[in-house]
Design a protein around this ligand. Structure first.
Ligand code: F0G
Length: 465
């Protein structure tokens, strides 16, 4: 008879092995599937209705309730409140973005952008990292590691520097990480290991090394991290006054977010806290489109947990045989072997999800629109807006639907791509974007060059503004 409120459970229904929360596994030791953090909700003090969480706002003097993650502690109660780690994450914003909505093809008032780049390290990762570091600290870990396209590493590095609880060790692919993200890891003092390979290679290595050296792994195969990422959806619901939107649109890389969002809605439904579940759209970059290929082209489904593994193996073999590597300017999602594939399939099934792919051109055009109509985002984040536009064009999303696009990372994460898009210098454009298949910058806001003469400067301003 289990007495703990929280435990870990294998997501494979024919295995369903359970483990104590005092252990860290990044896959089920019995069958190799991913694990969930599960709860005996009867033992938890879950509020009767979501609006009860509004009362937590009045307790913002308490760091636990200040946190946009731990404010919802009752919905992720794997650690006692007095042991949770927080740096003040989750103060993020849902913006009704009519200018971007027009670009997407939505009716006024219907498109919302969830700005997760407002987190302390500039991306949504902090939602999950505070949960992973809480768990690592409970286990007494002194070193924590991750492979990263840049944001997970920035987040881990920040939590380690700000809390001094443990040392960060990060693995990144060569030349694959944007300067904004690399500079964070270096500045925050993480041990930074640049391996000759891409993210998928780094991910395989870090799992081996974490296992061998007993280092705590914070990638999203860690089920505790995903508990924190559920709260992005809680905050979206809160901002919509607890009304469920019609669509959640999110970029897909390693598929941690989409998996966490699916789990959030599964639990809220099970707990009777929502009566309707939104549909989920996961958007790949076309140069890193494994989920799209498997879900939309090869028909791979969660199927109640009985995933047909053959098409997945065949596609992985195909990528190996042809040396296919992920390739997109949206470097955050430049991933071909998403570790959370099966959990994401579960989320897609539960949320009647769809998967789409968008080109780098579409991503950068959408990004420019987000910048011009809001607070901006990094390239990978704009895949959600480009994806919503595509789904609108296809008629899958109706203009009257209420849509939330999750903007996962901050505008300043990748200035190289942004400046190259807006540049007047053809060489810069060609080197950074043209060489990667982007042909135009239809929404560029080009700087104007003027002589250093008062009259010329005034003339230029009169002409353009
Ligand atoms: N958007 C941004 C800005 C990201 O950094 C990532 C993932 C994603 C979207 C994809 O999210 O993996 O949950 O599907 N970045 C990871 C990293 C892989 O290492 O920072 P996902």
């Amino acid at each position: 008879m289990r007495t703990n409120l929280a435990y870990q459970r294998c997501i494979n229904p024919t295995c369903a092995a359970t483990y104590d929360t005092g252990e860290l596994h990044t896959s089920c030791p019995k069958c190799g599937y991913l694990l969930d953090v599960s709860y005996d909700w009867d033992k938890a003090a879950v509020p009767d209705k979501l609006s009860d969480f509004e009362a937590m706002w009045s307790q913002r003097f308490n760091p636990v309730r200040f946190s946009g993650v731990w404010r919802f502690h009752e919905l992720l109660p794997f650690a006692p409140q007095e042991r949770v780690v927080t740096v003040g994450e989750g103060q993020t914003l849902l913006q009704q973005a009519d200018a971007v909505g027009k670009f997407v093809g939505m009716n006024a008032g219907q498109l919302h952008l969830q700005y997760e780049g407002m987190n302390p390290s500039g991306s949504f990762k902090d939602n999950g990292m505070c949960a992973a570091i809480t768990h690592a600290n409970l286990l007494g870990a002194k070193r924590a590691a991750c492979a990263s396209t840049g944001n997970t590493s920035a987040s881990l590095a920040l939590y380690c520097s700000a809390t001094q609880l443990m040392k960060a060790i990060i693995f990144i692919g060569s030349g694959k990480i944007s300067y904004g993200k690399l500079s964070q890891a270096l500045d925050y003092g993480a041990l930074t290991v640049q391996i000759a390979g891409d993210f998928d290679d780094a991910m395989i290595r870090v799992r081996e090394i974490a296992q061998r050296l007993g280092i705590y792994l914070v990638n999203s195969v860690n089920p505790f991290r995903l508990e924190g990422q559920k709260t992005i959806m809680f905050r979206v619901l809160e901002a919509l006054r607890w009304e469920t939107p019609d669509w959640i649109v999110v970029p897909g890389g390693n598929l941690g977010n989409s998996s966490a969002f699916g789990k959030a809605f599964m639990e809220l439904k099970q707990l009777g806290l929502i009566d309707r579940v939104p549909r989920l759209a996961v958007i790949n970059a076309s140069g890193a489109d494994t989920l799209y290929e498997l879900h939309e082209r090869r028909g791979v489904r969660w199927n109640g947990g009985h995933v047909d593994l053959d098409p997945i193996r065949e596609y992985n073999d195909h990528m190996d045989r042809h040396g296919i590597k992920a390739d997109t300017l949206a470097s955050a999602i430049e991933i071909n072997r998403p570790v959370n594939l099966k959990k994401c399939l579960r989320a897609l099934e539960f949320c009647e999800g769809v998967v789409r792919q968008v080109s780098d051109q579409e991503i950068l055009d959408a990004k420019a629109k987000v910048g011009a109509g809001g607070f901006g985002c990094e390239p990978a984040s704009a895949a959600s807006v480009a994806g919503a536009k595509l789904l609108r064009r296809e008629g899958v999303i109706a203009p009257s639907d209420r849509v939330v696009c999750v903007l996962t990372g901050h505008e300043l994460k990748d200035p190289t791509v942004t400046v190259a898009y807006h540049t007047t210098d053809q060489e810069v454009f060609q080197k950074t974007l043209g060489s990667r298949g982007v042909t135009k910058a239809s929404h560029a806001n080009k700087a104007i060059a003027v002589p250093n003469e008062l009259d010329d400067i005034i003339k230029a301003i009169q002409l353009y503004a």
